[in-house]
Write a protein that binds this ligand. Structure first.
Ligand code: SF4
Length: 393
């Protein structure tokens, strides 16, 4: 989205939130659960909506879970819907709501918008939904559709400890609280400072992080020293299950999860169903007009941003593409510079909320010119973790 009224882009959205007496949460999964924990004492939640028939009719966190059609019977102008789903999963619900004539920030809200706008306007606090922090792209796999674009890069990118600490401290000088701080990769268990980064985050900012999470591809067994460090922290691991794609590491996932059990490290195994192909080597939107590029970006539901080098990057995949050498120099208009002021004012923080929710001066990234995006017409899964030989793309 292109900024037109910086500092005031969400004035009307907040008025709309304030006019609602109750809400449904569309999505009874991880995000829905996290949302309930955070806001159950702030707003009235009537129940969940979920397209999964197995969840419909059940009580989840003490709330009924309904189909959209059932919930619609109770929805009026004073009832809002909050979409509590990931950027891929939310494509379908948003399409359903639009077909019913509903509008974003009037009838329904995205989880990250709701959290940040509500806390900023009501309490003057910067509550961010998520941030991606990528200390290293080093990985032992070389996946065809890697969203770090590793197969395109001629070397891995590893950050120094001092830079990491500087970024973390700067980030928390702006942000009061965050729902999910994600330490990502590469393969985080191959990077020498991952456990130290997690320990630093947990010790210094744990009280302001609702969920501190990292991920592993399930093929690497950390040392006991690393496991001991992790066990002291409130951190959880997503263990991606790529055993079908990389059978040579098949046994490692069981060894790893047994180690996590032994050390009391929280994890969940993610049986990865499908990935998305952003197809940067096969698409070319560079002949689109500026307005068309802004529309292309606006119709992409990608919502992750990256913290790096004292800045937040408006699309983390665009930032990864730049690191991989796929999209030339990063345009500074695609970033929010956290180091530009010593003490952020309320107005600065409102602008960061807007940036984090997708507003930039330009309205798109350079990488949007070659990226298909997270869109309804790019909603076809590709097989996860298909391996390619290094240097072959
Ligand atoms: S189209 Fe691609 S580069 Fe542009 S915002 Fe979406 S994921 Fe990022």
């Amino acid at each position: 989205m292109k900024w037109t009224n910086p500092g005031h882009e969400y004035d009307q959205a907040y008025q709309s939130i304030e006019s609602k007496k109750a809400f449904y949460l569309f999505g009874a999964g991880d995000y829905g659960n996290q949302f309930i924990k955070i806001l159950k004492d702030e707003i009235r939640v009537l129940g969940y909506i979920d397209n999964d028939e197995e969840k419909q009719g059940k009580d989840i966190n003490g709330l009924p879970c309904l189909s959209l059609a059932e919930a619609m019977e109770n929805i009026n102008d004073h009832t809002g819907i909050i979409i509590t789903m990931s950027q891929i999963a939310r494509i379908e619900p948003i399409t359903q709501l639009k077909k019913l004539g509903m509008h974003q920030d009037v009838d329904y809200y995205l989880i990250e918008e709701f959290l940040s706008v509500y806390y900023m306007y009501k309490y003057g606090k910067l509550y961010m939904s998520t941030i991606s922090f990528l200390p290293s792209t080093t990985c032992n796999l070389n996946c065809r559709h890697c969203l770090n674009f590793n197969p395109f890069a001629d070397h891995f990118y590893n950050r120094d400890w001092d830079e990491l600490v500087r970024d973390i401290d700067l980030f928390f000088s702006w942000v009061d609280r965050i729902m999910l701080f994600h330490v990502s990769g590469g393969e985080p268990l191959l990077y020498k400072y991952t456990a130290d980064v997690i320990e630093y985050l947990d010790r210094k900012y744990g009280g302001r992080i609702d969920t501190l999470r990292t991920v592993t591809n399930g093929t690497v067994i950390p040392t006991d020293e690393v496991l001991q460090k992790l066990a002291r922290c409130k951190v959880e691991f997503t263990v991606d299950d790529y055993r079908d794609a990389v059978p040579k590491y098949r046994d490692n996932l069981d060894i790893l999860t047994k180690k996590f059990d032994e050390y009391g490290i929280k994890y969940w195994v993610n049986k990865v169903g499908g990935w998305i192909d952003l197809a940067p080597e096969r698409t070319d939107y560079s002949n689109l007009s500026t307005i068309q590029l802004i529309r292309h970006r606006d119709s992409c539901t990608q919502s992750w941003q990256e913290l790096r080098d004292g800045k937040i990057y408006s699309c983390n995949y665009a930032a990864y593409a730049q690191v991989a050498g796929l999209s030339g120099e990063q345009d500074l208009e695609e970033t929010f510079d956290l180091s530009h002021c010593k003490q952020a004012s309320l107005d600065d923080k409102k602008k960061l909320v807007e940036f984090r929710l997708g507003y930039t001066s330009k309205g798109y990234t350079e990488f949007c010119k070659t990226c298909r995006g997270f869109k309804i017409d790019n909603n076809i899964d590709v097989e996860p973790a298909i391996q390619v030989e290094r240097g072959k793309l």
